[in-house]
Design a protein around this ligand. Sequence first.
Ligand SMILES: C[S@@+](CC[C@H](N)C(=O)[O-])C[C@H]1O[C@@H](n2cnc3c(N)ncnc32)[C@H](O)[C@@H]1O
Length: 241
Amino acid sequence: MPQIRLYNSDCIEAMKNIGDHTIDLIVTDPPYNLGNFMKNRDTNLSKMRDNFFGSAGWDDMEFEEWEKSMDTFFKSSARVMKKGGTMIVFMAIIKVETIIKLAQKHGFYYKTTGIWHKTNPMPRNMNLHFVNSTEAWVYFTYKTRTGTFNNDGAMFHDFVETAVTSNGERKYGKHPTQKPESLIQHFVELLSNREDWVLDPFMGSGTTGVVAKRTERNFIGVELNEIYFEIAKSRIEGENK
Ligand SMILES: C[S@@+](CC[C@H](N)C(=O)[O-])C[C@H]1O[C@@H](n2cnc3c(N)ncnc32)[C@H](O)[C@@H]1O
């Protein structure tokens, strides 16, 4: 049985419990810091802001404060990461350059920026402008130029397409930015092996944990918000029952 460790805490604090250079793969989806960006726009999207960007922690910070927090996050990640380990960080496309700069500062080797395309996005304001249907993922290895890549001779594009998270995956409660399991499983299977240690310091509703358990990886997950933490705990416990 995979080992699972979950913390309802700030990720920087929780990561102090993780040994040096013990993690094989980080797959994470930190706050994109779009709260203030959205608030400063002259739009009628206040409901959307409440629902989507008001989640706990680092989302409503000023940019400089968020950048400092992400810097600390990459510093903590570098300490726990194995040499040759891999990291996938989901991010808003407008923040990718910042993420690459911070990760490189702490010894991560930048490999690729890829796109996740949602095949059935909310058709929000479709008669006003382009419907938002993409997010970026940024791929790094730690201290080496290559890491685990279980492609078995197949070609993998830097463009991943899935439907948005289904209701079935939300049966333990809703998280506003929950990622589909198939999307996260794609990265976990390709970039790690059975019994590896997978970490998600911003686990939200626990999608990375569900997938890690399903694919027989050990998992450490952290979530600051108590409600989301409880959803994650129930989801991960419910996996394979
Ligand atoms: C984009 S969501 C992750 C969603 C997740 N991928 C899922 O599938 O449910 C980011 C999460 O990070 C949490 N968070 C924000 N700041 C945090 C911090 N300092 N430490 C731990 N979690 C934090 C938020 O509460 C939010 O649930």
